[in-house]
Design a protein around this ligand. Sequence first.
Ligand code: LHQ
Length: 262
Amino acid sequence: MSESDTVLSALADGVLTLTLNRPDKLNAFNDEMHLALRAGFERAHADENVRAVLLTGAGRGFSAGQDLGDRDPKKGVPDLGQTIETFYNPLLRLIRSLEKPVICAVNGVAAGAGANIAFACDITLAARSARFIQAFAKIGLVPDSGGTWSLPRLIGEARATELILTGRTVDADEAERIGLVDRRVPAGADRKTALELATTIAGNSPVGVRNAKRALRRGSDVDLATGLDVEDGAWRATAFSGDRAEGVAAFNEKRRPDWPGR
Ligand code: LHQ
């Protein structure tokens, strides 16, 4: 089933589900969990049977961020910069550079790095129980895991500044309203809805999905002229692909496509 008990891993219908699994610590990150999650995303990069990733948490929370027991200054001065460079930044790069979509289902609390990992994903769903906390200012830190990058992009600079400087809790309704998450889903349906979404995407053309994601990622950071060039490149990469030929043939023959993925 898994690389490690701290992250459960299961592949079905093209969807690799990665479940953070330290529920008694609200899935706070210790070194073992960092390595296990990294291994999960490395597999997603390498394994062509993986067409989408679903990231979620076991128990009553998504993740409370860094395990503060593991980084307690009273147990010797921890090198926090090294923690960021060894674990969080490589993880964020792995998630953001993955050419397959990453769906995140947030159940319960997502605090600190736990929240910012959720915001790095392509589509984030919030269960009714979800709450998001930029906990950093409360423990004498600034955001990591790309929070100062992702929050302004999702909700604008003013709201991002308020959430980061106050560290206040945002519930699922507000998160949906301000665009911090894609949508809120009814109680108990978050995992199911996220899996349906991931399975739908995993059933679409891998070439189409990969190039659409590439164009979206690059296009959102450039001017219109460059954006049109980026889109043109993505269009050409799909228009002459085996997936396009198969997609059109399957439509005409009234059958499900069998994507070559090239
Ligand atoms: C925890 C944690 C936790 C360990 C709950 N660690 N055990 C990067 C680099 C280096 C250093 C520092 O940080 C970072 C990045 C970051 O992520 S910084 C932000 C770190 N996270 C936080 O500051 C959040 C700390 N946790 C909380 O404020 C609360 O636990 C929240 C609001 C998340 C949940 O509150 P409750 O629902 O009331 O649950 P609880 O507080 O009772 O927690 C349940 C258990 O989980 C409890 O253990 P216990 O043995 O008493 O049942 C907590 O100690 C444990 N836990 N967060 N981060």
